[in-house]
Design a protein around this ligand. Sequence first.
Ligand code: SF4
Length: 445
Amino acid sequence: MTVSGDLKQLYYSETLAHNSMTTTHTSVCCGFCGLLCDDLTLEEQGGVLQVTAAGCARASSAFARVSGATDAQRSPRIKGHPTDLPTAIAAAAKILAGSQLPLFAGLGTDIHGMRGLMDLADHCGAVLDHMNATAKFRNILTVQGYGWVTTTFSEVRNRADLIVVMGSDVASRFPRFYERLVWPAEALFVPDLSQRKIVSVGTAQTAAAQSPEGVTPHHIPCGNADLPDVLAALRARFNGQGLAVTEVAGVPVSALDELAQQIREAQYAVLVWVAPDLDFPQAELTTQMIAGLLGDINQKTRAAGLPLGGNDGDFSADAVLIWQSGFPFRTSLASGKPDYNPHLYDTEGLLERDEADALLWVSSLDSRDARPETKVPTVVLADAGMPVDDDVAVWIPVATPGVDCEGHLFRGDKILALPLRAVIDTGLPTIKVVAQGILKQLESA
Ligand code: SF4
């Protein structure tokens, strides 16, 4: 066997057992959150997938929903009327051809889908914005202004002896975070995992954060909007500075002293946060404080941040946009060259100000309908599990990477892209195929 054949077998070691009714797929990679767990076992019966090992409630529901879509859900529609794919593509091309400023938003897709959308956006002079961009700017603005030290899933799993979670339960957005990274069966450089300490600041943790021995993480409660103040006080105490108060936003300074001491004593502390959970005005002050604290800690010992992301393909779409244009989300190609402006080119603002006159909404990795309300002509490219809206001008169901088409997604630590394989064949087109079809129509017009 060739080397590439070996690799292919590694990645695609699937479909182990058949009987007349059921097919079993092993080592399936799940793209329904940024953890990209690659250990799932699925059983397929009549084309419908059921997670039978190593999944979570979100994965179970997503695989079942996408694979169990009806023929009607898999049919393209024009204003609610079923049509065929070429007619839907032609209708979408007509909307984009008549637009002065098309907005490509949502962008819930993988690397290949985003490449196809970039070619189309380049031709149309579109603005590109992701459905998670508002949350991601809480991180991006801090990276642009200050920089930070971050780490990987492997480092967290194998080295961290203190994990401090800021303002999130983590598990509601990354369901197997604790199972896979915090409480694995073993870790390379933490001989006794029961000694791993978990502290949560802000939101209380869920039961998923409990250690296998039943130890609940230490919790320092405060409102998430108070995190900038609380973290500023923690930073001051870590650096030995005095405070003229005994509590900050209801948090006793003694509790912050205790946490500062735990950080000093740790060999490898990791500060974890989930930007969408920091949903309050000027939330980037929190990430700035975390970045500053990481800098302070690394003067004395070792620590790193883990800004979890990757849901809805946000890291993947952003990576392609940066590779090809040099800029992240909220970049306009209207002038013929990339123009990045996080304040001018946000989806809601462009629609509210009546600047965008057509919307291409893309969501192939999560069936929730997160579209903004708008009256502009809209083309939707959505996975077949999303409830159909008959008011939409053109609705094209597309394949979902990791379910009914292959794909590549960046993992939630942004360190590598993992391949996802097609587990079933529904015949639905990929986003790249639809984007190329629309582009071909526009070029031949
Ligand atoms: S934690 Fe995320 S990647 Fe892992 S199985 Fe659940 S939804 Fe899929």
